[in-house]
Design a protein around this ligand. Sequence first.
Ligand code: NI
Length: 199
Amino acid sequence: MILPIVAYGDPVLKKEAEEIDQDFPGLKQLISDMYETMYAAQGVGLAAPQIGQSIRLFIVDGSPFADDEEEEEEPDPKAAGIENFKKVFINPVIEEEEGEEWGFHEGCLSIPKIREEVFRKEKVHISYYDEQFNFQEEVYEGYAARIIQHEYDHVDGILFTDHLSPLKRRLLTKRLQNISKGDIKVDYKMKFPATKKSR
Ligand code: NI
């Protein structure tokens, strides 16, 4: 089932989400619905708060990044392994971030049509539980690390706009207000906090 994606301005996006255990009701269905929702919106990551559930869970599928790379002559080292980067992260903990900071224009399904450059470190060490609730510890870099950092922020109640300079954010104020009000054209299902409607 495709779920409406919560738009910028909804308090659930600013809340630090709660850990879950493997008995969380409807977990399997929730993960399957989140994948369906993410693919319908052509996203590469989706965190549970974005569908209104304040729990520490996010999903990723970086394969669209791999498709983008096919026309390039030189393989982009940041895209290494991205074609098989499809995973569920439950109760994740970023243990360490390292390397140089690099800029990338991030977008977010909760903040449609806005992309801004965000600087983050190259590499992340992350521990988490997978879909079967097996504990995992892994290291990612490049686009995979970038997707993880963005989605991990969501379960801590942080949006990519929080990383922008106050000036940049001020310049976006009007557009962000319009998103909250639903004054925007989006081709996927959303729920807007400043109206009672969803569409
Ligand atoms: Ni996002």
